[in-house]
Structure formats: structure tokens, C-alpha cells
Design a protein around this ligand. Structure first.
Ligand code: BT5
Length: 253
């Protein structure tokens, strides 16, 4: 019995479907395993995760119940722009940090949100196709209330909203803001795609016109980040001055 997830339905407002668990291995994993039974725009939240993950099976530290671990279940009819949803979500978060908490966040391509080069959130979109229909688990973890000691255990520089603001962060209120802001322009974004957020995204981008390290499997290459395309991909020039379009991957700066 102990291993059964504890499920509880919460509605921030009537049209939001939220399923909340005490603990899960991963909100993204649960969403994908149960995708057939979940409606479009359902929100899955776990107070803690025992196997929270990022890209390439990297770990997402998820032991602290005062942080947010959330997955948007999305079943869009129009799928042309879904590759850019992680960028849309990173911009959504950057907007909230600016408007509600007066914090200037920077986006590290494609979707890391950082403050003074310290990571505050991670975003991971996973997909599945069932009977020709695409379904997505768009997950986000946000550090809301952490201690310096907890942050020091993370394998890269990380930060938390409480330490940046000097105040404890109300998780329910933050979650409501994030979900409201995400769905405010979501349908519009599915129609119009990256061009509709390009200017705003560029304003938050900390990597443009800089020398960056591009990870290529185990190799790292020093390149110049030149510009973003209308598709949200990155144009770089390598050390021979040759230009390339980068579709995904890791950068360091
Ligand atoms: C990510 O991966 O940044 C995406 C993380 C997505 C987590 C959410 S939580 C809800 C949903 N359920 C899941 O299981 N996942 C999603 P990536 O770019 O691969 O970055 C992973 C790296 O971020 C790790 O190797 C650490 O260096 C760092 N990291 C881990 N936990 C962190 C934390 N709490 N805060 C800041 N950085 C962290």
C-alpha cells in the first residue's frame, strides 16, 4: 500500500485539471504511462520525485517538497510547433520571475532558465505517438524553497527563488501563476510558433553574440553563437568560420 501514489484532485480554477501526488518516481514518467487516460491540458504535480530526470537520463534533484515538480499533459491537434514548447515554457517562467518577483532571468539555449549563471529550473519535453496522435509530457522543475546546503549538492551552479527574494515562496501561488501564464497564450503559440516569441526570447537570451562551448557527445567545440532562426534553432560559426544550424544539444557559457 505504501508504494501506491496518493492522488488528490485540486482545481485552481474550474477549467484546470490538476492531479496531485504525494510522491512519484517522476511526473513525466507517470504522465506518459497513463497518457491514454489523461485529457489534454491536465497538470500532474508531485510533492517529491524519487527518480526525477532531465535530458540524457541526468538526475533532477527532487527531494524537497517545497519545490515544484510539474508536468503538463498536452495532446495538441496541430503539432507543427511542438518542438518549441520548451522554449515557450522557459520564456513563460522568465516572464513570471520578472513581473512577479522582479528578478531578471536569462535563458541558456534552448531552455535552461538561469539567474547569474545559476540554474533555477529545468524543462523536459517527452512525447509518444498513439494511434497516430501525438501526446506530450512537458515537465518543469523549479527551485522555490531550498537551502544553500541543498544547492551545493547539485552538480552545477544552482539557485532557488527564496534565496533570491529573501522570502519563503508560496508554492500554491507560484504554481497558479505558472499554469495561468502558460495557458494564456498556449493555443496561440501552437498556431504561430517560435516567430511569435522570437523577440521576447532574444531579449532574455544570454548566449547570443558570445563564444560558447558546444557539446557534441563527449567532445566540446568552441564556437560563436550568431543568431536564432524562425524555427528557434541556433546558427553558430565554428573556428574555421563555417556556419552551422544547431537543432538541439547542450551549450556552455
Ligand atoms: C533539465 O535537464 O534541466 C530538465 C529537468 C526537468 C525536471 C522536471 S521535474 C518534473 C518532470 N519530471 C521529471 O522527471 N522531470 C521533469 P538537463 O538539461 O539534463 O539538466 C540536468 C542537470 O541539471 C543535472 O545534471 C544537474 O547538473 C542540474 N540539476 C539537477 N537538479 C537540479 C535542481 N534541482 N536545480 C538546478 N539544477 C539541477
Amino acid at each position: 500500500m505504501q508504494n501506491l501514489p496518493q492522488k488528490e484532485l485540486l482545481g485552481y480554477h474550474s477549467n484546470m485539471k490538476i492531479i496531485k501526488f504525494k510522491t512519484l518516481p517522476s511526473t513525466n514518467k507517470w504522465a506518459l504511462e497513463n497518457i491514454n487516460n489523461l485529457e489534454d491540458k491536465t497538470i500532474i504535480i508531485a510533492e517529491t520525485q524519487t527518480s526525477g530526470h532531465g535530458r540524457f537520463q541526468r538526475t533532477w534533484e527532487s527531494a524537497n517538497p517545497e519545490n515544484l515538480y510539474l508536468t503538463f499533459v498536452l495532446k495538441p491537434e496541430k503539432t507543427d510547433n511542438i518542438a518549441n514548447l520548451t522554449q515557450y515554457l522557459s520564456l513563460t517562467l522568465a516572464k513570471i520571475l520578472k513581473n512577479d518577483y522582479k528578478i531578471d532571468a536569462a535563458i541558456k539555449w534552448p531552455n535552461d532558465v538561469r539567474i547569474n549563471k545559476a540554474k533555477i529550473a529545468g524543462i523536459l519535453c517527452e512525447s509518444t505517438i498513439k494511434k497516430g496522435k501525438t501526446a506530450l509530457a512537458l515537465g518543469i522543475g523549479v527551485n522555490l524553497n531550498m537551502t544553500e546546503a541543498e544547492l551545493a549538492k547539485i552538480s552545477q551552479k544552482a539557485c532557488s527563488l527564496n534565496l533570491l527574494t529573501g522570502k519563503n515562496i508560496d508554492k500554491t501561488e507560484f504554481t497558479r501563476k505558472l499554469c495561468d501564464e502558460f495557458f494564456k497564450n498556449y493555443d496561440e503559440f501552437l498556431k504561430n510558433g517560435f516567430p511569435s516569441i522570437k523577440t521576447a526570447y532574444e531579449k532574455q537570451a544570454e548566449f547570443l553574440n558570445k563564444t560558447i562551448l558546444l557539446s557534441n557527445g563527449s567532445e566540446k567545440e568552441e564556437v560563436n553563437a550568431l543568431m536564432l532562426t524562425e524555427r528557434g534553432t541556433l546558427i553558430i560559426s565554428d573556428k574555421n568560420g563555417e556556419k552551422k544550424e544547431i537543432l538541439s544539444g547542450d551549450i556552455e557559457l
